[in-house]
Design a protein around this ligand. Sequence first.
Ligand code: SF4
Length: 258
Amino acid sequence: VPPAEPGDPRGELAGLVAGTASLLRWCRRHRLLTGTGQAAGRVAGSTAPGTTVAEPPDSAAEVSVADGLEAVAAEVAACRRCALGAGRKNAVPGEGSARARLMVIGEAPGATEDASGRPFVGEAGQMLTRMLENVLKIPRGQVFITNIVKCRPPGNRDPQADEVEACSGYLRRQVALVAPRAILCLGRLAAQNLLGVTTPISVLRGSRKSWNGVAVFPTFHPAYLLRITDEKEKQAKKVLVNDDLLALKSFLEGDAGP
Ligand code: SF4
């Protein structure tokens, strides 16, 4: 049987099966299910001897999401659906918290990411970390960070439409699993491909968008900021990014409504 491809319902079904199997394993590990499938646990907080203390149900959900994300990462690591798979050193599926309220989506891994297999670890990644921790006040480890395509395009060229399409199922599954409250979308390519528009990033940024029911905040990519040589222009663009981040912060804190 050929491996399931992104967008193939079999892949999504496999993810659901893996998540359910993981949940059942967790329940058995914590004695919430007996061999006959009956509940054997009890509510947390009871001190009666000889009984099993159950952890809160959201822990089980978290384990299930983490397993689902690992399943996606394993498929990405073996993927050859597009030409980018042949040229990579490492696939970069993404990383972060399975219960992140914020997802960060960039366009593609660069050289440092390709070498390490981790997203946003070069100079642009360090700027992203400062954006998250200094402006949004969210530790990097509490968000989930990924890209539109999971393998590095040669010479850091833009990913092509067929490559974005081939990879899109992985991103859809990651967003569905994490179910973030908001997405920070970095750069023209990420924003245009995610939102399915050709509008320039200078127009897209500055207002909240929506994708599959999730709030999307597009802004300039840190790598773009780093490339600007005119100091005055760089500072002006940084002010705009800061505005976008503050709008996102306000939204996450509930000031901007659902
Ligand atoms: S970029 Fe995406 S679709 Fe292409 S080989 Fe890598 S994981 Fe597969």
